[in-house]
Design a protein around this ligand. Sequence first.
Ligand code: ZN
Length: 159
Amino acid sequence: MDFHELDSLYREVILDHYKNPRGRKDIADADARAEGQNPLCGDELSLSLKISGGKIADAAVAGRGCSISVASGSMLAELAPGLAPDEALQLADAFKSMMHGGAPPQGVDMGDLDALEGVKKFPVRVKCALLAWETLRNALAAWQRGEASAAPATTEDGR
Ligand code: ZN
């Protein structure tokens, strides 16, 4: 994908997240963790969540990868805190639907994720954009099963 094919305003938002990723910290007593990989691009990401009072209290994202995957993880770190797990999953669903060409979701605050919509024109890079959110899905699924960490997942298995 060529960055120049994205709208310049969106490009700036993405680059800001890429250069100054949010959520780069340790959560020592995380309640949910998951690792994600996108082998097609070499993106790697690990996510830790603090969940208390029925809400995601804090989110830490670490990893390395392309600008799209890092920016999407940074946006997740910004958007997830304050959401109930179900709300975070709704946001993940809304984002996935948008990246697969669906209509922009009604009533869901997508925050800076809107800036990634242009990436849907580049199917290979859609997996980069979705990596953090699929990792979130795995972390929350493990948490709902009462486990602290999920088995590693990749965005290659049919998603
Ligand atoms: Zn990537």
